[in-house]
Design a protein around this ligand. Structure first.
Ligand code: DC
Length: 226
């Protein structure tokens, strides 16, 4: 069987992973795999069903019961939970606040990692998350670790969330992002950390175009794709 190619992109919240990974996948004709969206979907399902987020067993059981799917569109993936489009619902501050503990549970991670590997069997992928290079795809053809300073990331997140009913401030976002990063980096299971083979890309002063061009240069060097 032909081995599919994998580009693994990791980094802290709002470091530019989704934008870069999405555009890179479109340019290369690869599948775009947003693994954060999967942990967000489990979190949303738990909140909707009134499951206590601190109840690891109940949340783990839920992760095995729900069906998560992606439908690719020109604007990126639509995220589907049990047949329902929940793309917007998984980006609310309520999900932001609960997703770190949910994603720290071993059983939840095992289920999501199995699903991620299954998606990668469908074709070449650009996979983004926290443990793509370290745990899920250690043999990835290219590993990129994206970083950006906290204020830049908070400003980006505010722009993403700029829709009616979702009011937030840069200060709120700086607090939310830094507490999530701390939790994600210090957890026991698959913490956020740079793989020794990963190339660090600091996107602080970069435009989206520059981020993608730099990533494409790395792809061309490592995978020989123009
Ligand atoms: O990338 P994001 O902000 O959508 O991710 C949401 C949360 O999911 C993040 O706080 C950490 C977790 N996550 C993870 O633990 N492992 C991944 N591969 C992707 C995300």
């Amino acid at each position: 069987m032909k081995k599919h190619r994998v580009i693994a992109i990791d980094g802290p919240a709002a470091s530019g992973k989704s934008t870069t990974a999405k555009l890179l996948a479109t340019r290369l004709g690869f599948i775009y795999l947003d693994t954060g969206a999967m942990y967000r979907t489990v979190t949303l399902a738990a909140l909707e069903r009134g499951i206590d987020i601190r109840n690891e067993i109940a949340v783990g059981r839920l992760a095995g019961e729900i069906k998560i799917d992606f439908i690719p569109t020109e604007d990126g993936n639509r995220v589907i939970l049990d047949g329902r489009d929940i793309t917007n619902e998984i980006r609310t501050p309520a999900v932001d606040a609960a997703v770190s503990p949910v994603s720290s549970y071993k059983i939840v991670r095992e289920k999501m990692v199995a699903l991620q590997k299954e998606f990668a069997r469908r074709g070449d992928v650009v996979a983004e998350g926290r443990d793509m290079a370290t745990v899920v795809f250690p043999d990835a053809d290219l590993k990129i670790f994206l970083v950006a300073d906290l204020e830049t990331r908070a400003i980006r997140r505010c722009r993403q969330l700029d829709s009616p009913g979702l009011k937030t401030t840069i200060e709120d976002q700086m607090a939310s992002l830094s507490s999530r990063d701390l939790f994600d980096s210090e957890r026991e299971n698959s913490p956020l950390k740079k793989d020794p083979e990963a190339v660090v890309l600091d996107t602080s002063g970069m435009s989206i175009n520059e981020q993608v061009e730099r990533a494409l240069e790395l792809v061309s060097e490592r995978l020989g794709i123009e």
